[in-house]
Design a protein around this ligand. Structure first.
Ligand code: ADP
Length: 274
């Protein structure tokens, strides 16, 4: 199990978390527009392999667009996105980079997992099938392998007894745990979290956040997180990027951004959300 040639950090094949070589992320002069609205204007930033980065900033500043570009749900209008050494938005053809075709995007997408605000579970499938569908049909695992992997993950998120349940029979917090397990079942190397607790009842938020914090700390995943919950951002990140109007206003370790923000726009934003 695991990546060939790379020793598992935690020994046991039963370890449900991905370990091993993790790619970083690089945005190089990325432009994204919707009609005449330029959302990202030559945006540059990098996330190091295994680094955990949170994006904060006012609504409409482009944070979700960045995650959707990485999930290949949107395409760039300029610049290049790389995951590891390979371009995501482009591919090599005769020594030149050309816009990626569907096949290249599909291949690159396998490295990237995403957890959404609204869980997005398959409503007509039980929990087990939600977790095995991707591994069987996209990764080509046997059903037995996929079921074993699913059981390990459901144990980890504390839902082993819900394996036969349908999403509608679960609380929001339980559905989000299933969604987290489903993302991890694909053994992604990069995990994207988009406002993952905004749709939860307040009493369920901390449990899901603690689970994600533990997963982030115990795996080698490269993590990119968008959240309005500043204590979660502080808990989960090595670095925080403050965005406004598609540009990075300020970046630094959470203690600095939340404790001694340098920019007025960061101070105004934090005052508004805290
Ligand atoms: P944030 O996540 O920081 O709130 P978004 O990335 O969702 O910001 O949005 C950035 C800007 O892009 C906003 O002005 C938003 O209206 C616009 N936008 C996002 N998605 C679309 C879309 N599918 N069509 C048109 N405009 C969009």
């Amino acid at each position: 199990d695991g990546v060939p040639g790379v020793p598992l950090a935690k020994g046991a094949a039963a370890d449900p978390l991905p370990h091993g070589e993790t790619p970083g992320i690089r945005f190089e002069k990325v432009v994204k527009r919707f009609g005449g609205n330029v959302v990202l204007r030559e945006l540059d930033f990098t996330v190091a392999p295994g680094e955990r980065v949170t994006l904060i900033g006012p609504s409409g500043s482009g944070k979700t667009t960045i995650l959707r570009l990485l999930m290949t749900l949107e395409r760039v209008d300029g610049g290049i996105i790389r995951v590891g050494e390979r371009p995501l938005s482009h591919m090599e053809r005769g020594g030149r980079l050309v816009p990626a075709n569907e096949r290249h995007l599909h291949e690159m997408r396998k490295q990237i997992g995403m957890v959404f605000q609204q869980f997005n579970l398959f409503p007509n499938m039980n929990v087990l099938r939600n977790l095995t569908e991707g591994p069987v049909h996209v990764l080509g695992l046997s059903r037995d392998e996929a079921v074993e992997r699913a059981r390990g993950l459901l144990d980890m998120v504390g839902l082993a007894d819900k394996i036969e349940a349908h999403p509608s029979q679960l609380s929001g917090g339980q559905q989000q745990r299933v969604a987290i397990a489903r993302a991890l079942a694909m053994r992604p190397k990069v995990l994207l979290l988009d406002e993952v607790t905004s749709a939860l009842d307040p009493e369920l938020v901390v449990g899901v956040q603690d689970l994600l914090r533990d997963i982030a700390r115990q795996s080698d995943l490269t993590l990119l997180c968008v959240t309005h919950e500043m204590h979660f951002a502080r808990d989960i990140s090595d670095r925080v990027l403050m965005f406004d109007q598609g540009q990075i206003v300020e970046e630094g370790p959470p203690d600095q951004i939340f404790g001694e923000p340098r920019e007025q726009r960061t101070r105004d934003f934090l005052q508004a959300v805290l």
